[in-house]
Design a protein around this ligand. Sequence first.
Ligand code: OGA
Ligand code: MN
Length: 202
Amino acid sequence: MISAPALIEALAGEGWYVQRDAWTAQDCAALLAELREHDAAGRLQPAGTGRGAGRAVRADLRGDRILWLDTHDGGPATRGFLAGMQALGREINAALHLGIAEYEAHFAVYPPGGRYVRHLDRHRDSDARLVSTVLYLNPEWDESAGGTLHLWTTQAHSVEVVPRAGTLVTFLSASIAHEVQAATRERFSIAGWFRRRAALPF
Ligand code: OGA
Ligand code: MN
């Protein structure tokens, strides 16, 4: 179970939170099974960086392949995950009044050697992303395999998160820079963002 009060307090304070048992092993296994099925069917695509004219696929900067989650086409585990995160978004809003209006998320598979260089999740031309989330899906993970997430909690200090199933990382999209280290094995996760309603397009 997600510990919403602790998560909310941490977001309001330091701006980041790591909970190791936010999702059960059983739910993570079901999510991983759905992810593997999509992957076997060839539905994941190389991830890009940037938006609009700035968009590019650069495996040296970002090595994962992704599939956006969809309430309509998703399996029961995917739908349950989205419902749980939407409930969390409502709790965050009620406490912090961030103006969260939606949640978007994608499955991600980092192949061995794949990494994501240090970055912020908020796009340069859009302030829609408020809070980032990452749920890990590998049922076991030996630290010697690499693949940790480095979160720069201040300019000079980072914490390392081991990508083990059930661990949920939450942080402010605008301010917490982070980096995915390359691993020696496949690394499975769901990255997501609580967003405010985008301003009217021109
Ligand atoms: C991302 C990201 C972190 C992770 O997809 O933007 O930073 O640990 N993912 O997978
Ligand atoms: Mn990121």
